[in-house]
Design a protein around this ligand. Structure first.
Ligand code: ISE
Length: 346
């Protein structure tokens, strides 16, 4: 089977990362085209890859006969138009979150894909491909904890880009726990509430951080999430599930633990004990991204005959996450629980 020819649209942080990944670690695919509104960056990346070229218009890349599949990592506001083009040309696409920026347009994408009778869209919720999350899912599915009842999550970032505002903490950060909840518990989220404790004085003006999210699933399970995106420390993502017969926790960063003498020169003092915390999400989930993209490449390649070009979160998962986050943003204004209303599953 010939190599999958991929166009990477958007070569900011995630897109550029995917270009490197496909070029150096993924088998069965190569980067054929790149595009970015920062044209110099796209050209510079293309010039370093054999047989790759930069294109000015992402729609040209999607339509090009030399392109088999798309990695979509452009800003969320462009996704609706570009996803519709992918569907029109029947090009499989790995779409970084969000699916689109509005719940209504996300549902429209789900509908348009359903009309084609094939699956072309996978959404980049990478935690589903992380070894720890996969082990937790296997434990729950095997019934080892009995019925899962409660989940406690921590989601801390050392800092966020300057454009981040309070609602992005819900739409860009909490969205991962929304997907994790749906993935681990296998059911939809019925309501969401955002509580805002005293804000971090170090957070940028106007950014409400930390936030506490409380999700309630359709069957009544409870999930709480501490979101704190300006800790100034490192990247911490922990998830603990409590079931009727026990609990399980992942994300403890338990690598090497070192014991040393106190660092104050010449002074006797207590020793120190500790390890390292992952600096950011690209390091924490690096292997998960590799697995995600490799499995997507395999699915697209084998899906050429079957019509299913996905192996992971679908357009519906992207829509459901968008609906929960929209309710979360509404709750951010009032502090009250907001119900999530989903369309009938397509
Ligand atoms: C970012 O977009 C991500 O996807 C990270 O996983 C998340 O931790 C961060 O808060 C988001 O801004």
């Amino acid at each position: 089977m010939s190599e999958l020819r991929v166009a990477v649209l958007g070569v900011g942080v995630m897109g550029a990362d995917h270009v490197t990944r496909i070029t150096s670690r993924i088998s069965g695919a190569r980067v054929k085209m790149v595009n970015d509104y920062v044209t110099d960056k796209a050209e510079q990346i293309a010039s370093g890859i054999d047989g790759c070229r930069a294109v000015a218009d992402p729609l040209d890349a999607i339509a090009d006969e030399d392109v088999d599949a798309i990695v979509l990592a452009t800003p969320g506001t462009t996704h609706e138009k570009l996803l519709l083009a992918c569907l029109e040309h029947r090009k499989p696409v790995m779409c970084e979150k969000p699916l689109t920026t509005e719940v209504s347009t996300s549902l429209e994408i789900v509908r348009r894909e359903a009309e084609l009778g094939s699956r072309f869209i996978q959404v980049g919720f990478m935690r589903r491909f992380d070894e720890e999350y996969m082990a937790l899912k296997a434990l729950l599915d095997a019934g080892e904890l009995g019925r899962p009842l409660v989940m406690h999550c921590v989601h801390r970032n050392p800092g966020v880009p300057s454009y981040f505002d309070s609602s992005l903490i819900v739409k860009d950060s909490l969205v991962h726990e929304v997907d994790v909840t749906r993935f681990l518990f296998g059911e939809e989220i019925a309501s969401v509430q955002i509580i805002t404790p005293a804000s971090n004085p170090g957070a940028p003006d106007g950014v409400i951080d930390p936030q506490i999210a409380i999700l309630r699933t359709v069957s009544g399970r409870h999930v709480d999430v501490e979101l704190f995106v300006t800790t100034g420390v490192a990247y911490e993502v922990r998830t603990e599930v409590v079931g009727e017969h026990g609990s399980a926790i992942i994300g403890l960063d338990v690598g090497l633990i070192r014991k040393s003498a106190a660092s104050t020169r010449g002074q006797a003092g207590p020793g120190t004990w500790g390890g390292q915390i992952t600096p950011g999400f690209r390091e924490r989930f690096g292997r998960a991204y590799d697995t995600e993209i490799q499995r997507w490449v395999n699915a697209v390649t084998s899906g050429r005959g079957t019509g299913d070009h996905t192996d992971g979160p679908t357009a519906w998962d992207g829509y459901a996450a968008a609906a929960v986050c929209a309710a979360g943003v509404e709750s951010l204004q009032t502090g009250l629980p907001v119900d999530v209303r989903l369309a009938d599953h397509l």
